[in-house]
Design a protein around this ligand. Structure first.
Ligand code: OFO
Length: 173
C-alpha cells in the first residue's frame, strides 16, 4: 500500500503531466494556424507523450492501492508571440517538471518507498532527454534568427522528427 504523502505527490504529478499535455496541445494548434506544419506535428506528438506520462502515473497509483485523481482541464493560451517564445516556454516548463520529479524522488526516499523511487527513475531519465531536446531546438532557433528560409527548413526538420504527420491524423485519410 502506498503512503498517503507519496500518493498525494504522485497525484500532483498526474495534474502536472496533464497540464503539460494541454499546454503543448495549445502550442501545436497555434503553430498549425500559422502554417508551421512541422512545428505543429512536433508539438502534437509532444502533447501525446505527456498524456502517456500522465497515464503511466495513473495506472501506477491505482496498482499500488492508491486512487489516481483525474484533474480538470484548465483553459490554455490561444496565441503565442513567436516560435522562439513557444520553445522557450517548453524548456522552462520541462525544467519545472524535472524539479518536481526530483521533489517526488526525495519524498519517496523520506518515506522509504523504494518501489516508487525505482518507478520514478524512468521519469528522471526522460526529463534529461526532454530538456536536452528543448535546448537543441532553441539553439537552432537562435541560429536562424529572423531568416525566413531558415524557418522553412527548421519547420521541415521538426516535422520529420515527428514522422512528418500529426499523430492523430495517421490512418484517418
Ligand atoms: Fe512529462 O515530461 Fe515533459 O513535461
Amino acid at each position: 500500500m502506498i503512503a498517503k504523502k507519496v500518493e498525494s505527490a504522485l497525484n500532483q504529478q498526474i495534474a502536472l503531466e496533464a497540464s503539460s499535455s494541454q499546454y503543448y496541445l495549445a502550442m501545436a494548434s497555434w503553430a498549425e494556424t500559422q502554417g508551421l506544419e512541422g512545428v505543429a506535428a512536433f508539438l502534437y506528438s509532444h502533447s501525446d507523450e505527456e498524456r502517456l506520462h500522465m497515464l503511466k502515473l495513473v495506472k501506477y497509483v491505482n496498482e499500488r492501492g492508491g486512487k489516481a485523481l483525474i484533474p480538470a482541464l484548465k483553459a490554455q493560451p490561444q496565441n503565442f508571440k513567436s516560435v522562439q517564445y513557444v520553445f522557450e516556454e517548453v524548456l522552462t516548463h520541462e525544467e519545472l517538471v524535472s524539479a518536481e520529479i526530483n521533489n517526488l524522488v526525495e519524498i519517496c526516499l523520506k518515506e522509504k518507498d523504494y518501489t516508487t523511487q525505482n518507478f520514478l527513475q524512468w521519469y528522471v531519465s526522460e526529463q534529461i532527454e526532454e530538456e536536452a531536446l528543448s535546448r537543441r531546438v532553441l539553439d537552432k532557433l537562435k541560429f536562424i534568427g529572423n531568416d525566413k528560409a531558415g524557418m522553412y527548413f527548421f519547420d521541415r526538420d521538426l516535422g520529420s522528427m515527428s514522422g512528418g504527420e500529426v499523430p492523430i491524423m495517421k490512418g484517418t485519410n
